[in-house]
Design a binder for this molecule. Structure first.
Ligand code: C2E
Ligand code: MG
Ligand code: MG
Ligand code: MG
Length: 285
């Protein structure tokens, strides 16, 4: 806190802390009802082939619309869902909802692309991730390769016995695994050595300020070379400008997502994008 506001006194600080705690307890209580009250939805953000701007896949991102508070961003409620273990039922809902949506697009004759969803470490600790995935795939009759599971690097910072077994079981099942926010955790290479990932997502913090920064560019280039060496796809996250796109392409990255192409959109809009099959990004040559 002192970092953000150096003039904050101790009394003010503890008061803010108290307020924050009270707010968190309140949000957690509301989150308990969110699922049953139908307040959660999935938004979809396209992942595009950088050469053509064509949509090749999508990331499902959880959204919570509370009737009184309004929109609550995932960065605020996911940590609370993890602390309260509500991430168990919420995470199960995300898995099933993504599969349900894939099935609906298929049935509507829409050309479907693979869907990525995000998983928390706590979901693995609570158990049953492979079972939940298996059941969702079979209930909605979805081929495993339509689903990619994104796991942020930070999951490896805590010991979790279930994780190793579960990731192996999921790979055996045929779903794709993606290492999210690559480069933000420690010992990034260690995780690549111990697990099999089909995809690596370069964190948006690396993409920022790539222009005129040969040092950052060299790091991104190295990540792309490592990914290629282990046969993994690379996705650049947080692409916001044509110059960033030009640079990551030049460094050898062929797939990306970011506001430049599209923000995450509600399902009806996503469905429309799939139907239109138009290349995204205004200045694509
Ligand atoms: P993430 O998985 O790394 O997702 C990418 C985030 O970057 C999303 O934020 C997305 O909206 C944002 N983003 C995409 N393009 C750009 C861009 O060009 N610029 C900038 N500044 N941001 C961009 P969002 O949707 O707020 O989600 C934040 C995080 O919350 C996610 O990061 C993920 O870790 C977590 N999350 C979201 N949905 C779920 C979920 O269903 N389950 C779990 N466990 N975590 C989730
Ligand atoms: Mg992600
Ligand atoms: Mg990410
Ligand atoms: Mg993230």
């Amino acid at each position: 806190i002192s970092q953000h506001n150096p003039t904050l006194t101790w009394t003010q600080y503890t008061k803010t802390l108290e307020e924050q705690t009270r707010k968190n307890v309140d949000i957690t209580m509301k989150l308990r009802h969110a699922l049953a009250a139908d307040q959660l939805t999935l938004y979809y953000q396209p992942q595009v082939d950088l050469a053509s701007g064509r949509i090749v896949s999508t990331e499902a991102l959880l959204r919570w619309q509370h009737p009184e508070i309004g929109f609550i961003p995932p960065d605020q409620f996911i940590p609370l869902a993890e602390q309260s273990q509500l991430i168990g039922p919420i995470g199960d809902w995300v898995i099933r909802q993504a599969c349900r949506d894939i099935r609906r697009w298929h049935d509507a004759g829409i050309p479907v692309t693979p869907v990525s969803i995000n998983l928390s470490l706590i979901q693995f600790q609570l158990g049953s991730v492979p079972d939940t995935v298996q059941k969702a795939l079979s209930d909605y009759n979805i081929a495993p390769e339509w689903l990619t599971l994104e796991i942020t690097e930070s999951v490896f910072e805590q010991h979790c016995q279930a994780l190793q077994l579960d990731l192996k079981a999921l790979t055996a099942m045929g779903v794709r695994l993606s290492l999210d926010d690559f480069g933000t955790g420690y010992s990034s290479l260690g995780h690549l050595k111990d697990y099999f990932f089909d995809e690596i997502k370069i964190d948006k913090s690396f993409i920022r300020q790539l222009d005129d920064n040969p040092y950052r560019q060299a790091i991104v280039k190295a990540v792309i070379i490592i990914a290629q060496a282990i046969g993994a796809d690379v996705v650049a996250e947080g692409l916001e400008s044509t110059s960033q796109i030009a640079i990551v392409r030049q460094l050898g990255c062929s797939k990306g997502q970011g506001y430049y192409y599209s923000r995450p959109v509600p399902e009806p809009r996503w469905r429309q994008l799939l139907i239109e099959q138009m290349p995204l990004g205004a200045n694509h040559q």
